[in-house]
Design a protein around this ligand. Structure first.
Ligand SMILES: [Zn+2]
Length: 242
């Protein structure tokens, strides 16, 4: 259970709270989270990954939020921001049921890992964007990154319907995909840009262990010593029990 479910959160001054970590709670409901979020007017970081009862996250009162980590909330369908919200810098919502998200006002967005079920996404106003990950997406057909001059990393492996990747100046871009991704070989628009790309093909499919070391969970753990050990441990436990 997290500090919301135990009630411990209410010992803190929610008005000044900047970081809220409730990850790994199977009991936390959207309603209970919402009761707390409306009081956290100064929240900048929300971590609620692996909260398997959450169905929605309403951030319309949290207009200062910069970092949202809500990946692997298996039932999460909706993430709502206020209409003029623009502070978001980093968001990870892979392994969720989110089909739509409006980040079109998020001009400070730097880093994003998307849900596999997104139908489309509009990055045009995200001028500070450096890293985009839409890996394993089943629906996106086009991704337009022509306005994102700072983009340095694009992860789009295993996107079965992706046939158009629009990039203005690909010479600085590193991308990662697998050999059987259809778009990279079948898309004529993109092939002209291909030669100037820095091509990174990693054949870690043959070794599951090495593949794991490239996984998002592992990378998050390795770069995030404060909380990562917990995710790492859980992931290992899941691997061992399969
Ligand atoms: Zn909880």
């Amino acid at each position: 259970m997290c500090i919301i479910c135990t009630g411990e959160i209410y010992k803190q001054n929610l008005d000044t709270l900047q970081v809220l970590n409730v990850s790994d709670c199977e009991s936390l409901t959207s309603e209970r989270l919402q009761e707390v979020l409306v009081q956290c007017k100064n929240l900048t970081i929300l971590r609620c990954a692996y909260c398997t009862s959450l169905t929605s996250i309403d951030l319309r009162k949290n207009i200062k939020l910069k970092n949202l980590m809500c990946h692997t909330c298996k039932l999460l369908e909706y993430i709502n921001f206020s209409s003029d919200y623009n502070c978001l810098e980093e968001i990870r919502f892979y392994n969720t049921l989110v089909r739509n998200i409006d980040i079109s006002k998020c001009q400070k967005l730097d880093y994003i890992i998307c849900s596999e079920l997104l139908d489309s996404i509009d990055f045009r106003e995200c001028k500070e964007l450096t890293s985009v990950n839409i890996s394993d997406n089943n629906n996106i057909t086009t991704i337009d990154l022509r306005e994102n001059k700072k983009l340095s990393d694009l992860y789009c492996n295993n996107c079965r319907l992706l046939t158009s990747v629009l990039i203005d100046n690909p010479s600085e871009l590193a991308y990662e995909n697998y050999e059987d991704d259809p778009w990279i070989y079948q898309n004529e628009d993109f092939s002209s840009n291909l030669q100037s790309l820095i091509k990174i093909q990693r054949w870690y499919r043959r070794l599951l262990v090495i593949k794991y070391m490239k996984s998002q969970e592992f990378i998050e753990w390795i770069y995030n010593p404060n909380i990562g050990g917990k995710y790492y441990k859980n992931h290992l436990l899941k691997l061992l029990t399969v």
